[in-house]
Design a protein. Structure first.
Lengths: 309, 358
């Protein structure tokens, strides 16, 4: 938020690499730091899920009552009962184990869709800006059309073509995220492609590919990281939404949105089945949002005062 | 100004054509036989032949697209396969609900969002600012449908015996229904566009109530809409609050504000007359961008609160592979979104005269 002052304070005599400098800023940024903590926690949970989760996420516990309330020994639940700290879900599975394993899926969903969108978006944006003329016009009008739909609704429409299922849902979310990155990369390429250092490179006989990938695109990395991080948050929300509607992940996969969708009608009788997966989604999205905000402020000071991005 | 608006309208044409092309392609891109995809188990060779003939799927793509556009221009969105009724009939039933929800959510998110943002900016770096921004950060990270379920739990169950109790589902209390305006006006045998408009008006609570004067229904409907609207509006509210804060803070630091203060203007005048108007442009942009999030949110929230809107119809249509409904509803939603963004563009020009000459 107040990076203009922090930047002014950096002593010019000590030289650090830009990456280290950015990380230092990120660490000083309160929401950036909070984001790092939340995400580190989630990544650890995802990696060690089999060790943390007491049960298999799809295992049916026949001796347990369906939709049973949480039983936590520390909070006075009788020792002779089995401990289920988030309770039992509608198919008599341990909800805690399912939520824990869900972290793997959500992180994969976020990373996979954004990697896809960034790669394709970068390619489209770079081609449009570098080729210019008709190619640019056609590609950008296609992007305009994609942006004329509210993104989740376009994703829903794409799923209706591809068919329901997790992979198709991810593909749909990836596709609707492309225009954002294409526009970003295009504007970066346009702004630097006529600069002198690029012309110098061209005069030295560098190939167009070399110029594009080695001289021009590195300029786009910073905004791509910021937008990508914020995009992961949106992608996780959208994927959860599609699964909630029954258009994404299929049972018995431990997907948080699907868990909410399956139990939405038990909100009055067994609210714990709705509360815990929801908190998990919120925490993950919050982590990426905070990290994205922190990265934006620490990587690209110009953006913090522009507002429009 | 009229010239500016005219130019923006012209720019809409290619985008709208693109939108129509995308929805047209939805059916043509389905992997496999479209007949089997749409008729499912009922697909027999004879039925398929009749089906392809009826929907004109045997012609080449250009002919099909031409016919598709001509039909759309005549207000013909095709027939729902599941309900065997025109898509426009479903639209006049479902659209008003979604629009009401979206508008109420927009009202909530704008009023509360701008309010919180201004308070936060004026009390910068105090505990109030911190709390407001924590609320905004959490608000932006909450899944709409989850918030809807939690609100339903709190207001329909936990607060059941208090004055704050609110209904967790449906558009009206059981037994309450809107009057049909064609009956009210004694019009019979309406067809085509007239029927569509009258149905649309009948199903829009505010319009219906203004005509029939039955304000009890309005109150009842509003009570049912509060929870969904808060759920839908929370993410945009949080984003608007953050944008208002940063935009106002930026403007307050400028020279002309110092001048306004130096000439002895009261602080509230400085903020309301000088700072706020300039801070409005990014805020209006964000409200426009968030229109998409409001529409998507409405679609999701309808399933949580069992509201008979476009969202529940869309999801039903996808699961039933009712493609004409998916196409028609997608076009209408995109059209609304594009028009909202047009209004945002026009309001920029009003707020910032420099844009008009650009």
């Amino acid at each position: 938020m107040n990076n203009s002052t922090t930047i002014a304070k950096i002593p010019t005599s000590t030289r650090r690499s830009p990456t280290r400098e950015a990380l230092r800023h990120l660490w000083k940024h309160s929401s950036g730091k909070a984001g790092i903590f939340i995400l580190t926690f989630l990544i650890l949970v995802a990696i060690f899920a089999p060790l943390i989760a007491p049960y298999d996420p799809t295992q049916l516990l026949k001796d347990q009552k369906r939709r049973d309330t949480p039983c936590i020994h520390l909070l006075g639940c009788p020792k002779e009962e089995q401990q289920h700290i988030f309770g039992i879900d509608g198919n008599s599975r341990d909800l805690f184990s399912r939520v824990i394993f869900g972290s793997r899926l959500s992180l994969q969903v976020g990373l996979a869709t954004m990697t896809f969108a960034i790669l394709i978006g970068t390619l489209i944006g770079a081609i449009a800006a570098y080729a210019g003329g008709v190619v640019d016009n056609i590609l950008m009008r296609i992007m305009d059309v994609l942006m004329a739909f509210p993104s989740l609704l376009l994703a829903i429409a794409i799923v209706s073509v591809l068919g329901t299922g997790l992979i198709n849902a991810l593909l749909a979310i990836g596709i609707v995220s492309i225009p954002r990155f294409a526009r970003l990369v295009r504007s970066t390429v346009l702004s630097v492609k006529e600069l002198e250092y690029v012309q110098a490179s061209r005069a030295l006989g560098a190939s167009p590919m070399h110029i594009l990938f080695k001289r021009i695109l590195p300029n786009a990395i910073t905004p791509l990281i910021v937008q990508g991080t914020l995009g992961i948050a949106t992608a996780i929300l959208d994927a959860a939404a599609l699964s909630f509607l029954g258009l994404g992940a299929e049972p018995p996969r431990p997907e948080w949105g699907l868990m909410l969708g399956e139990e939405k009608n038990s909100i009055f009788s067994a609210p714990h089945l709705v509360i815990f997966p929801g908190i998990a989604i919120m925490l993950t999205v919050l982590g990426f949002n905070l990290l994205g905000d922190g990265l934006r402020d620490s990587l690209d000071p110009r953006l913090t005062h522009g507002g429009k991005q | 100004m009229p010239q500016f608006i005219g130019r923006r309208f012209l720019l809409l044409i290619p985008v709208l054509l693109g939108v129509i092309l995308v929805t047209f392609m939805i059916v043509r891109l389905i992997p496999g036989d479209p007949c089997v995809a749409m008729l499912g188990e009922r697909a027999t060779p004879q039925r398929c032949e009749a089906f392809l003939e009826r929907y004109g799927l045997n012609d080449n793509l250009f002919v099909q697209f031409g016919r598709y556009i001509t039909n759309l221009a005549a207000g013909d969105f095709g027939d729902s396969i599941k309900f065997t009724r025109p898509v426009t009939d479903l639209l006049s039933e479902r659209l008003p609900m979604t629009l009401e929800l979206t508008m109420l959510a927009m009202l909530f998110s704008t009023v509360v969002g701008v309010g919180l943002g201004v308070i936060s900016a004026l009390k910068r770096n105090t505990i109030i600012d911190t709390i407001t921004m924590i609320i905004a950060n959490i608000g932006v990270s909450m899944p709409v449908f989850w918030l809807g379920l939690l609100l339903a739990y709190v207001f329909a169950l936990l607060l059941k015996d208090t004055v704050f109790v609110l209904p967790p589902s449906a558009r009206f209390t059981a037994g309450v229904a809107l009057q049909n305006l064609d009956v009210y006006w004694g019009l019979t045998n309406l067809t085509g566009f007239k029927k569509f408009i009258v149905d649309l008006m009948s199903n829009t609570v505010l319009v219906n109530v203004l005509i029939t004067g039955d304000w009890k229904i309005f109150g009842d409907s509003l009570k049912h809409l509060i929870l969904p609207a808060v759920a839908v509006g929370t993410i945009p509210m949080s984003i608007i609050a953050r944008m208002t804060r940063s935009s106002l803070l930026e403007v307050v630091g400028l020279d002309y504000i110092r001048t306004a203060r130096a000439k002895g203007l009261a602080e509230n005048k400085v903020i309301s007359k000088h700072a706020f108007r300039n801070a409005l442009i990014p805020i209006v942009t964000i409200i426009g961008i968030e229109a998409g999030s409001l529409l998507s949110g409405a679609v999701l929230t309808e399933t949580v609160f069992n509201l008979p809107g476009m969202g529940t119809a869309m999801v039903g249509a996808i699961l039933a592979r009712d493609y004409p409904v998916i196409q028609g509803f997608t076009i209408v939603i995109a059209l609304i979104f594009v028009l909202v963004n047009l209004m945002v563009d026009i309001s920029y020009a009003y707020l910032d005269p420099r844009i008009r000459v650009d």
